[in-house]
Design a protein around this ligand. Structure first.
Ligand code: AMP
Length: 421
């Protein structure tokens, strides 16, 4: 076969059934659970003024290296969203809904990342945010929402990693201690980590390079620098999770990719996936982000789950096969009239998944299509049946089953009855 002129770009994928059916079902499940917890659906635009995302932290890779930004025809500096928390905060600052404001979302994000399994340039997330409350019970509610969602899909090999990054005032003391720790043995640190140390010392803790392992594991812990208020809040979060039976591991080196986090941070790690891409979701508090976007100094907390990676984790565990969306009835008609058109319309309106042959093909060719479709039933309307006001229904998947001749007016009821058997 000749190569097509165009192919999907690196880091993008064409999704087709059954993957699309599964993805849609996953989003519907998430939506149902979020709505049951009082969250409203928001749909932020896919692109924003680049400034909205720069507030996420100029030192983070997502902003400094991975942003799809460009100038539009009106001379505006635009970026495709790399995530949706910043947009949700921008919406909040603009619309000023009553608080606490609980919003959920689903949709694609764009990052100029290095494509590999589980890492794409366009990827989907579902997420939820609560803006306007300092209450750590909100953190518990959000974490439980994510944990129950994974549970509902049947994922068992997932660990919840939990940390507190303290308040904005705790951070400088910790960063000083961290810098002092690494600078005392700078020669032992990898070249990349030395660079990172200058721009964003917290991110050095994220280094997976073996050369850095010893220094990273001996680094001071943020949990030793928490203010009393941050520490009490963190205890309350842990107590809430224990009450709900949501298991977690304390992860004092968990810093995550964006700079805006304060207090609670968390990540869900799927043990069935490669460790470099095993984060299937994460989130935390961002008590300064809304003010950074020019809004009121209101706190926020939220999470985003990676849809593509969650589905990979389901594959790895053999769970959540997705719904069956195959056609249930195939209509075969050789009358040349509108019988197939009418019957298909009627069955579809009654909620029966129905397809049919076109192009006036022979009975034999149409029966072959019916067979290939996987439908359990064929509805056959020949000239004789049409003249008598009848239709035939033929089970296609059972050897012994008989073809039935039924009045045309009974078609829908009979088909439904046979599909239920
Ligand atoms: P983040 O916004 O970086 O905290 O990402 C939240 C979740 O989105 C991660 O835990 C991943 O599951 C998913 N994710 C992030 N980046 C990518 C990517 N490039 N490709 C696929 N999934 C991603």
């Amino acid at each position: 076969m000749a190569r097509p002129l165009f192919q999907a770009l690196p880091g993008t994928r064409d999704l087709l059934p059954p993957d699309t059916d599964r993805m849609r079902d996953l989003v519907v499940r998430f939506a149902d659970q979020a709505i049951a917890a009082g969250f409203g659906h928001v749909i932020p635009p896919m692109f924003e003024d680049v400034g909205v995302f720069v507030r996420l932290g100029a030192a983070s890779d997502i902003v400094s290296k991975e942003l799809y930004d460009f100038e539009d025809k009106g001379g505006r500096r635009i970026a495709l969203r790399p995530e949706q928390t910043a947009s949700v905060c921008r919406i909040y600052a603009e619309a000023r809904p009553t608080t606490p404001w609980k919003a959920w979302y689903a949709g694609p994000n764009f990052r100029y990342d290095k494509p590999q399994a589980g890492r794409y340039r366009q990827f989907d997330q579902v997420g939820a945010e609560v803006i306007g409350s300092h209450d750590p019970d909100v953190d518990v509610e959000l974490i439980a929402l994510a944990a129950r969602f994974f549970e509902g899909l049947g994922i068992t090999k997932v660990r919840l990693l939990l940390n507190s990054l303290g308040d904005a005032a705790d951070r400088p003391r910790y960063l000083d201690a961290l810098r002092a720790h690494f600078e005392a043995d700078l020669g032992a640190l990898s070249e990349q980590s030395r660079q990172t140390l200058m721009t964003n010392p917290l991110r050095v803790l994220d280094s997976k390079r073996p050369q850095d392992a010893a220094l990273v594991s001996a680094a001071p812990l943020i949990t030793d620098f928490l203010s009393d208020a941050a520490s009490t809040a963190f205890d309350r979060v842990q107590g809430g999770l224990r009450t709900l039976g949501v298991g977690f591991e304390l992860a004092p080196r968990l810093v995550r990719g964006l700079d805006y986090y304060t207090r609670t941070t968390f990540e869900f790690a799927a043990d069935s996936l490669e460790s470099a891409q095993n984060a299937i979701g994460g989130g935390g508090r961002y008590d300064g982000l809304i003010a950074d976007l020019g809004g009121p100094p209101d706190p926020g907390v939220g999470f985003a789950l990676g849809v593509d990676r969650t589905l990979l984790a389901c594959d790895a565990e053999g769970c959540f096969a997705g719904p069956s969306t195959g056609v249930e009835v195939w209509i075969v008609s050789t009358t040349g009239g509108y019988e197939a058109t009418e019957a298909a319309d009627e069955l579809r309106t009654a909620g029966v998944r129905t397809d049919r042959s076109f192009d006036a093909r022979s009975m034999k060719a149409q029966m072959k299509s019916a067979d290939r479709s996987g439908a359990p039933l064929a509805v056959i309307i020949g000239a004789d049946e049409a003249a008598d006001g009848m239709v035939s229904i033929r089970p296609l998947r059972e050897q012994a089953a008989q073809q039935l001749l039924v009045p045309r007016s009974d078609l829908v009821a009979k088909v439904k009855e046979m599909l239920e058997q």
